[in-house]
Ligand binder design. Structure first.
Ligand code: ATP
Ligand code: MG
Ligand code: MG
Length: 379
């Protein structure tokens, strides 16, 4: 059998390995944390920091194919791996998506719209750009941000000095974006294989709470034409960037039906976890197929679904509810599929797992979540 090496040992790597093992592949992960979510299910974990060149060389030695489950892979390691190992995703896609300005230019080059933006290198730049876009607008670090970290929503010009000082401390480039008054946030995950086959999964409607994805609703509650347009845009981006493997495309939908791309992720995405039970092929199986240059699997939706993330603070009430007589007795019209990532410490806001609620009725999923007493209802 072939061995797939994975840079990163989090839950995305874990679910990738679980899917790939069913297909006969072996997995080795490079990850500094002991007993990592991916290390628990992989054949082997090389425990070292992501920037450790010797460890990367060892991963290259034992792997037939190398992929990554997070995008902030060290540049020196990426270079080494592309020279000494088979990395079908290459390094260009990583290089582009590691930096918001490069990413926006690549999206525009694909003929797809992003929110109006400006590169910011000084407080004067920022003042001029805020004047142009108006308030609110969003200042972001170009690299390293996630879960809304490295962002400042500027609500009035008075905040300019503080916002600039605070985000400059990270020492990276900055970008200012016009604020898009979106009606919904959606995402489409596309896969492309080296032979050029491309397929998109159905669009997910994403609801964030405090900048962390809370739930995804599929089918998204949008018109068929917007759904098709969103899938077309994702496919166009995947083709234009010659992506290999998965590429997740986050978008804003305005009330006029316009779509703007927010950002990309060149890997499995939290908003694609619904595919595990709800689609003919999961995003993880699709990624393995793509990086191994197998034919891509069909992406049809088998059942409507609501994916809800389980954070640290949800663990206790959730497990209590699952063990209760109420959960056994209830005929809720919802089939909950629980996925936990094998993390010990249930810290607040930490992603511990997710639940795919299979149901033909989104209202029933909302009821189910309310009954467990730990989630906000669907707005
Ligand atoms: P992720 O965890 O998805 O990687 P991130 O830290 O990279 O998040 P973004 O996706 O850029 O951050 O932004 C987080 C959220 O902030 C978005 O999902 C959206 O709700 C809001 N947001 C970001 N940019 C804008 C914008 N230009 N206009 C309106 N809302 C925005
Ligand atoms: Mg991001
Ligand atoms: Mg995002």
């Amino acid at each position: 059998g072939s061995t797939i090496g994975v840079l990163g040992g989090g839950q995305l790597g874990r679910m990738l390995a679980l899917a790939g093992r069913n297909m006969g592949y072996r997995f080795v992960t490079l990850e500094p944390g002991a007993d990592s979510p991916c290390g628990q299910v992989a054949d082997r974990q090389i425990q070292a920091s992501y920037g450790d060149v010797d460890a990367a060389r060892e991963l290259a030695r034992v792997s037939d194919v190398i992929t990554y489950e997070f995008e902030n892979v060290d540049a020196a390691v990426t270079k080494l791996l592309t020279q000494e190992a088979h990395v079908p995703q290459g390094s260009a896609l990583l290089y582009t998506t590691q930096h918001r300005l490069r990413e926006k230019r690549a999206i525009e080059a694909a003929g797809v719209r992003v929110a109006p933006y400006a590169e910011i290198t000084s407080e004067e730049d920022l003042r001029a750009a805020v004047g142009k876009f108006g308030t609110p607008c969003v200042l972001k670090t170009a690299t390293g941000g996630y879960d809304g970290k490295g962002q400042w929503v500027i609500r009035s010009a008075d905040e300019i000095p503080d916002a600039f000082a605070e985000l400059s401390r990270a020492g990276t480039d900055l970008v200012l974006e016009q604020f898009i008054r979106f009606e919904k946030e959606i995402s489409v995950i596309a896969a492309r294989s080296p032979r050029g086959e491309v397929k998109a999964f159905p669009a997910a409607e994403n609801i964030h709470v405090e900048n962390i994805l809370h739930m995804s609703i599929v089918p998204a509650r949008i018109s068929a034409s917007v759904q098709e347009e969103a899938e077309r845009l994702a496919i166009r981006i995947a083709e234009s960037m010659k992506a290999v493997g998965l590429i997740a495309v986050e978008m804003f939908l305005t009330k006029d039906g316009e779509l703007f791309v927010n950002e990309l992720a060149p890997r499995p995405h939290n908003s694609g976890h619904y595919t595990m039970e709800a689609c003919l092929t999961s995003q993880f199986e699709q990624h393995v197929r793509a990086v191994c240059n197998l034919p891509l699997g069909p992406t049809e939706l088998l059942t409507p679904v609501v994916m809800v993330n389980v954070l640290g603070e949800h663990m206790e009430p959730l497990l209590k509810w699952f063990c209760s007589e109420e959960s056994e007795a209830s005929d809720s019209g919802v089939t909950p599929k629980l996925h936990l990532y094998g993390k010990d410490e249930a810290k607040t806001k930490r992603k511990m797992g997710h639940i795919n609620l299979l149901t033909s009725d989104t209202a029933k999923a909302a009821e189910w979540m309310e009954r467990t007493g730990i989630w906000d209802s669907i707005s």
